[in-house]
Design a protein around this ligand. Structure first.
Ligand SMILES: [Zn+2]
Length: 133
């Protein structure tokens, strides 16, 4: 039996559901940093058949060739990114989940782009470059 995890933007206009999370990753890349306006972000990788928008559809911004990032058109909350290199996989931000404590990152990616003043003291693998689910 699958358990549905729910997420939403700040104003609640955009919401989504995840049935089966595949991965949970901390990303230090500059694109995620700029979209989230945060030193790093944590996202959940989900196969397309296992998640859906449930409220308004968010706006889409193409941050680089083949990469789409979404955000709420009302409140601006960043919600997701997807890359054609990982076709069929959506990445939804843990900070938008109703219960973010239920997700634990397993890995750091784009570690070479990590900000120097951000101190990471966990024992997770630290990988350079993007994640490929
Ligand atoms: Zn919103």
């Amino acid at each position: 039996m699958t358990e549905t995890h729910r997420g939403r933007c700040l104003c609640k206009a955009v919401s989504f559901e995840i049935d089966i999370p595949e991965t949970c990753v901390n990303c230090h890349c500059e694109s995620c940093r700029r979209q989230c306006s945060s030193p790093m972000t944590t996202y959940i990788g989900v196969l397309d058949k296992n998640w859906r928008w449930t409220g308004e559809i968010p706006k889409t911004y193409r941050s680089s060739p083949g990469v789409e990032r979404t955000f709420c058109g009302q409140c601006g909350t960043p919600l997701s990114f997807r890359s054609e290199r990982m076709s069929g996989v959506m990445h939804l931000y843990v900070a938008a989940m109703e219960e973010p404590e239920r997700f634990r990152p397993q890995l750091h990616v784009a570690y070479e782009e990590k900000l120097s003043w951000l101190t990471i003291e966990d024992d997770l693998p630290k990988r350079n470059g993007p994640e490929y689910l």
